[in-house]
Design a protein around this ligand. Structure first.
Ligand code: TYD
Length: 143
């Protein structure tokens, strides 16, 4: 499994840094939804699901956290600690987010609107689904 991390271009000057993210330029899909997590309680692990179709880019725009990715065959842990780094999370990918610093703000850019029917929340169901599914967006990106 290849981890796909984007390094965004900061527009820095004497005043500080600015990052702009545009769909299809900086982000490989149409951005239909943005959400973010903050004030995450100590030792909390979030996620525990995969998506049938949704793709995401995760950016820890403040503080730090870790992302565990699992494609059903292999697992990888990716630290996110820079506001200019984005982690691509394909569909058919189990994810867990943990080790949030108290000041962490984790922003998610998503390719779809919120749709509960797109979630796979049971790990055994996920393993069965990916075993029988040949529709992973990341395959075209060198998975
Ligand atoms: P949840 O799916 O538990 O978050 P995660 O799995 O990333 O830890 O979402 C928490 C709550 O927020 C849940 O009640 C659903 C709601 N929610 C929305 O209304 N819209 C959204 O886009 C998301 C991601 C969650």
């Amino acid at each position: 499994m290849q981890v796909i991390k984007y390094v965004f271009q900061p527009h820095g000057d004497d005043r500080g840094q600015l990052i702009a993210l545009e769909e299809f330029r900086d982000i490989p899909f149409r951005i239909k939804r943005v959400y973010y997590m903050y004030d995450t309680a100590k030792d909390v692990i979030r996620g525990f699901h995969a998506h049938r179709h949704l793709q995401q880019i995760l950016v820890c725009i403040h503080g730090s956290c870790k992302i565990r990715l699992d494609n059903g065959k292999e697992k990888k842990v990716v630290p996110l600690e820079k506001p200019y780094e984005g982690l691509y999370v394909s569909n058919n990918m189990w994810r867990e987010m943990y080790d949030f610093s108290p000041d962490a703000v984790l922003m998610v850019l998503a390719s779809e609107l919120y749709d509960e029917s797109d979630y796979i929340r049971n790990y055994e169901d996920f393993l069965e689904y990916v075993e029988n599914c040949d529709d992973t967006a990341a395959k075209g990106k060198g998975e």
